[in-house]
Write a protein that binds this ligand. Structure first.
Ligand code: UDP
Length: 247
């Protein structure tokens, strides 16, 4: 598993893994002696990293990079270096929580989302899975609170840290504090905490199967149209500049 091959899409090195490989990797991470960072780029993140060298380096230096959006899979096919399958961050977290192969007790710290949301997510997660949520912190804090938050995370004894602060902010938080955090897995999880709490609904399975989750989100939150225009742009860049930029 150490040499899982990588596939480059517009400068981002994706691990070419199936869901089960990613879960196995997480089980390995839980036994390791260091923090392992998981990043879940979708086309929006890839396009943002394309213009932001620092963010791109953070992604490419992390331990596991999974293709979160169906657009990334299409992009890799256009480049004739197909990724095996979409591995959505939300699904990976659920599968990791469900997985009973690892004997390591799962102790989760939830960092992110609006005040009160993580508390509801904690109740739902503990009802559903065999895990403990050992600490919480909402995602609207001042920079000067960071040392205390890190201390809290470490004191909680968490081995899994979910960081949902939105793209880039969450990855930067993990990367900048990598050496100070004692967790084994830290994952930038976007709006996942809201979905666990039930304040945001995930697309029904049929939309997910058809690769139309983005369309469902657009129907539910038409204000995302601006953000979503990045999808066709991403495919156009892959088509016209993909070969040159994907090395
Ligand atoms: N968020 C946060 N702190 C911030 C900005 C955002 O905790 O300063 C949270 C927000 O409440 C939401 C998540 O980050 O729970 C980002 O959600 P979004 O749907 O934008 O995720 P993305 O599409 O970036 O994965």
């Amino acid at each position: 598993m150490e040499n899982v091959n990588k596939i480059n899409v517009l400068g981002i090195n994706f691990n070419n893994v199936k869901m089960q490989d990613a879960v196995n990797k997480c089980n390995e991470f839980l036994l390791s002696d260091k923090l392992n960072m998981i990043i879940t780029p979708n086309p929006e993140i890839v396009m943002h990293a394309r213009k932001n060298e620092e963010f791109k380096n953070i992604i490419n230096n992390s331990e596991l990079v999974i293709p979160d959006g169906i657009g990334v899979i299409y992009g890799s096919k256009i480049l004739k270096t197909p990724l095996k399958e979409r591995v959505a961050g939300f699904d990976l977290i659920c599968n990791l929580f469900e997985n009973t192969e690892s004997s390591v007790e799962k102790k989760v710290y939830i960092l992110g989302a609006k005040p009160g949301v993580a508390q509801i997510a904690k109740q739902k997660l503990e009802e559903k899975y065999n895990l403990k949520v050992v600490g919480l912190q909402d995602g609207y804090f001042n920079q000067d609170a960071i040392p205390e938050i890190i201390e809290n995370i470490n004191l909680s004894g968490a081995n899994i840290l979910l960081v949902g602060l939105g793209m880039e902010k969450q990855e930067k938080f993990i990367y900048d504090n990598k050496d100070k955090l004692n967790v084994k897995i830290a994952i930038g999880c976007g709006g996942t905490i809201d979905v666990f709490a039930g304040t945001v609904k995930r697309a029904p399975k049929i939309f997910q199967k058809l690769g139309l989750e983005w369309f469902y989100r657009l129907l539910k939150q038409p204000s995302r149209i601006g953000r979503m225009m990045v999808l066709p742009k991403f495919l156009l860049v892959v088509l016209f500049k993909g070969k040159k930029e994907s090395k």
